[in-house]
Design a protein around this ligand. Structure first.
Ligand code: 5RP
Length: 218
């Protein structure tokens, strides 16, 4: 199986976690795209979706799945999303697709976070994948200096504007010993909107696709 087939296998396994009659939280990315395609087959069994990006909203809508604004829903039993890296405690780095802020908001509302990944995303220690940080444009230089003080090599993502009108700084070469502490530290830099560490609220379930099948870890 190639990587895309593994992503699809993890995504389809997540359909079993969708709560009938409820609204499902939907992440962003190539793995989630497979989940959205699968969700279309159970369109009549769910109330609809809350989406974490314009891209996912477009795909959901094109498949006839009702998309609600977060303010319109009372609860989201399950949120399904991918990750760029996930460790053994289900801390994640996310935001490779730049949708980290809305992803973190929808994940915060959801009761359960189901992470769908191919096996390459499972790591012993986070940080090989550069940490995405969404930044208000006027704070670019200030935030970059502060991130460099944390030991990172900061690269602005080229030709990229988030759905919220901000920019992304990708931080390479960070040593992430304590993901929860670093998530808070980066969030406290003035001008940072969100960072891609999902550790204070990590995943609850990991559906990890391997060539031997999808492993469900909790
Ligand atoms: C987008 C994300 C994605 O979940 C992450 O980048 C994984 O993407 P893919 O499923 O395409 O590998 O955080 O902001």
């Amino acid at each position: 199986m190639n990587q895309d087939e593994l992503k699809r296998a993890a995504a389809l396994a997540a359909l079993a976690h969708v709560v009938r009659g409820a609204v499902v939280g939907v992440g962003t990315g190539s793995t989630v795209n497979h989940f959205i395609d699968g969700l279309a087959t159970m369109r009549g069994e769910i109330a609809g979706a809350v989406s974490s990006s314009e891209a996912s909203t477009q795909r959901l809508s094109a498949l006839g799945i009702p998309v609600f604004a977060l303010d319109e829903v009372e609860s989201i039993p399950v949120y399904v999303d991918g990750a760029d890296e996930i460790d053994g405690s289900f801390n994640m780095i996310k935001g490779g697709g730049g949708a980290l802020t809305r992803e973190k908001i929808v994940a915060a509302v959801a009761e359960r976070f189901v992470c769908i990944c191919d096996a390459s995303k499972r790591v012993e220690r986070l940080g090989h994948f550069p940490l995405p940080v969404e930044v208000v444009p006027m704070a670019r230089a200030h935030v970059a200096r502060q991130l460099a003080k944390l030991g990172g090599r900061v690269v602005e993502r080229a030709d990229f504007v988030t759905d919220n009108g901000n920019l992304i700084l990708d931080v390479h070469d960070l040593t992430i010993d304590d993901p929860v502490a670093l998530e808070s530290e980066v969030d406290h830099i003035a001008g940072v909107v969100t960072n891609g560490l999902f550790a204070r609220r990590g995943a609850d379930v990991l559906l990890l696709a391997t060539p031997q099948g999808v492993r469900s870890l909790a």
